[in-house]
Design a protein around this ligand. Structure first.
Ligand SMILES: [Zn+2]
Length: 274
């Protein structure tokens, strides 16, 4: 499956000291470090035209990019790497990105989408992927099988001994800061369904659905990202769902949040205490 072009999916941080230098060396390309319009830029001889220059500038922000002041060619760093390495075809950018990622000690590229039904991204407040939660199907009694992998700061993912802060976090955390109402559901699939409905109704600018996962995963610390929000609790209609809803409700009440518990049809406080 094709992965979206996101630095965190590829574990690429081109601003890591020595990273770009290592890339140019591995490509056999001479370079000079300079600056262009306030950001780091490397000058190389353009691989797209005969260039005693060097007139091609390569940038190390995000997934990287380049433009040539000689032949006017512009593109992504992956385009440049694919061209130099002779990689062609519809997956050339992906292959080039995997090559770039491998230079950062991430040689064993693991496709997080492999052998699973669905992958849910958990991002921090700034939008960077902290962990991936994978739904891998159903076991014999019909229970859902999940596993989780946490992004390591230096690149790559770790599959065991996840940090506490990654184990328990809110789904759609990066979107919570932009809305005034949060729908708390049980499970990522339910959150996605609610968000799809909100989007269809044009309400996604001020309401977002979130979850911490299944019934046992609610933590009081989540309140830090829910302050001054209106909270709607939509629990699963089973015993575990009610317990989950009660945990959410108790946390919200303790912190004076306006909370509506959908299954109880109970207006506890509707944003009057905040
Ligand atoms: Zn050129």
């Amino acid at each position: 499956m094709f992965l979206p072009c996101d630095p965190t999916n590829y574990n690429i941080d081109l601003t890591t000291p020595g990273y770009m230098e290592k890339l140019f060396q591995s490509l056999g390309v001479d370079f000079a470090l300079g600056e262009y319009q306030g950001r780091d830029a490397y000058r190389i001889s353009c691989p797209y035209h005969p260039d005693p220059g060097p007139s091609c500038r390569v940038y190390a922000n995000g997934l990287g990019g380049f433009n040539c002041f000689g032949c006017k060619k512009t593109g992504t760093l992956s385009d440049l790497v694919a061209h130099v390495r002779g990689i062609a075809g519809p997956t050339s950018r992906q292959e080039a990105l995997q090559y770039i990622a491998s230079l950062n000690g991430y040689s064993q590229y693991i496709d997080p989408f492999k052998n699973c039904v669905k992958v849910y991204e958990y991002r921090d407040r700034h939008g960077f992927v902290v962990k991936l939660k994978r739904f891998k199907g159903y076991d014999e009694p019909g229970g859902k099988i999940f596993d989780q992998t946490q992004r390591k700061p230096g690149g790559g993912f770790k599959w065991k001994d996840l940090d506490e802060k990654a184990l328990y976090m809110l789904h759609n955390l990066d979107k919570l800061q932009f809305v005034d109402t949060v729908v708390v559901v049980e499970g990522e699939k339910a959150a996605d369904s609610v968000n799809a409905a909100l989007k269809a109704w044009g309400l996604d600018n001020y309401v977002v659905a979130t979850t911490s996962g299944d019934a046992g995963t609610w933590r009081d610390k989540f309140i830090a990202d829910l302050e001054r929000k209106k909270i709607i609790i939509l629990p699963d209609s089973d015993v575990a769902g009610q317990d989950y809803a009660n945990n959410v409700l108790n946390t919200c009440i303790q912190h004076g949040l306006g909370t509506w518990h959908a299954s109880r049809r109970m207006l506890t406080e509707w944003s009057t205490t905040t």
